[in-house]
Every structure is written in C-alpha cells, then in structure tokens.
Design a protein around this ligand. Sequence first.
Ligand SMILES: [Zn+2]
Length: 153
Amino acid sequence: MTDAPGTYALLLRAGEERIIEVGALGAMPVRPGTYIYVGSAFGPGGLRARVGRHARGDGALHWHVDYLRAVTALEAVWYTHDTERRECTWAAALRALSDGTVPVQGFGASDCNCPAHLARFASAPSFDTFQARLSERCPDHASVERVGTNDLL
Ligand SMILES: [Zn+2]
C-alpha cells in the first residue's frame, strides 16, 4: 500500500452485542460478526494515510465508520490503487455475496445513492470470491490486495 489514491475495505470484527450512536444516523445495533466498510482515499496521503488512521483508530469521530471502528477489531484490509473510485461497486459486490446484509441504511453513503457502504456477515466472506465478483462487474478493475492488521501499524 502506498500514498497513491485508491479504494479500500475494512474488515471489522464485532465480538459482542451492543448499541452505538453513529453521529447523525442515530442508534445502530452492533451484533457479533464481521462488518465490512468500504471507502476511498483520493486526498493527500492517499490510501496509506487513510487506512493507517483507521488501523490506529485514533483521531476525532468524523466519519460514520469511526464510531463502528471504536467498538470493533480491525482484522484485515482489502484495497486497490485503481485510479477510479470503486467504493460504490465494492459495496454492491459485497451486498451481493451470500450472507451479506445492510445493517443500517445510509451508513458511509452520504454522497451517493447506495443503500450503504457497509455490509454485515455472520462470518467473514472469502477474499477470492470478492475479487472474482469484482472482475465480473468491472473487467478493467486494477488488482486487489489484502493486508493483515500487523502490516498496517
Ligand atoms: Zn455508493
């Protein structure tokens, strides 16, 4: 991962049942399972700066995902340095995976028409399946990589 722009997915593991407040979205029930949040970083510092911030979990609660990040463990990050913003495509591909559900309407999707940029899974979906679904949807999609949390801190 470099400071070039790109699109990323955070795999966030929730261990216990709780209810959190997510800014203007209000109350969100968090259940045990894997939440996958999709975002993109096209500003200064690119992907490395943004994902590093999510990995450390520091800074002010700014984006919807910051509230969820505060009560979950980051297990892995999937990313691409594709020069197109792929977050809406990634969110759609995740929702289409078996077992993928939208836990809260509008989460992370304030600037587009997606139901959410967050999907929930009882158990984490396969990276290989996700990659295959992306190339079906976008044959010109640049390569997708994955890293574990230890590589980000
Ligand atoms: Zn979207």
